[in-house]
Design a protein around this ligand. Structure first.
Ligand code: SF4
Ligand code: SF4
Ligand code: SF4
Length: 184
């Protein structure tokens, strides 16, 4: 069984938001809400500046609090590690929105159900997600955890996971930006 991981290399990200736009097109996400955003964080004073681009989306927790609190089974996990939402079972109680430590969930104003990143699994069945396929700098990597590509990245780079101390075991990692003239 495949198990998917996504990695955002912040060194390669230029904050263009093409990933966010592609996600909206692919998944029919209405104006005002997002499955993925990239936030710019600037540090320092000119000319001693550094800008980090942080991906904000579902991190596909292996131990997902959103699933355990859902009273109807609308939030569920596939064996490949992807957490999905069955819109028909969602009663919009928002328990999962409160339980998610990553602020990844929102109410879709059209479906009235909870929504979030799905790694594009319902449309693409494990093929390259829309955000990854449009990224102009190849800052996003998506593959099976046992693939040669992912093994090579983990062997050669430091991949970190946001809020790892919460032990939800995210499957979306990031490579920290080391570019820029600002040093802490
Ligand atoms: S498309 Fe790629 S470079 Fe542009 S914001 Fe998204 S991850 Fe960064
Ligand atoms: S990031 Fe939030 S929505 Fe995504 S799996 Fe984890 S708890 Fe659920
Ligand atoms: S994987 Fe698909 S649903 Fe998730 S952010 Fe990328 S385009 Fe959107």
């Amino acid at each position: 069984m495949k198990k998917y991981v996504m990695i955002h290399d912040e060194n390669l990200c230029i904050g263009c938001a093409a990933c966010s736009v592609a996600c909206k097109n692919e998944n029919n996400i209405p104006a005002g809400v997002f499955r993925v955003q990239v936030h710019a964080k600037m540090k320092g004073v000119f000319p001693n500046l550094k800008t980090d681009f942080e991906r904000i989306s579902c991190v596909m927790c292996e131990d997902s609090p959103c699933v355990s609190v859902c009273p109807t089974g609308a939030s569920f996990k596939l064996a490949n590690g992807i957490t999905l939402i069955d819109e028909k079972l969602c009663v919009s109680c928002k328990y999962c929105i409160l339980a998610c430590p990553y602020n990844a969930r929102f109410i879709n104003p059209i479906t009235k159900a909870v929504d979030k990143c799905t790694f594009c699994y319902p449309n693409r069945k494990g093929a390259t997600p829309a955000c990854v396929s449009v990224c102009p700098t190849d800052a996003l990597i998506f593959a099976d955890t046992s693939s040669k590509e992912i093994k090579q990245i983990f062997a050669s780079k430091v991949v970190e996971f946001k809020k790892a101390h919460l032990n939800t075991k995210p499957q979306l990692g990031f490579i920290k930006n080391t570019k820029g003239g600002y040093y802490e």
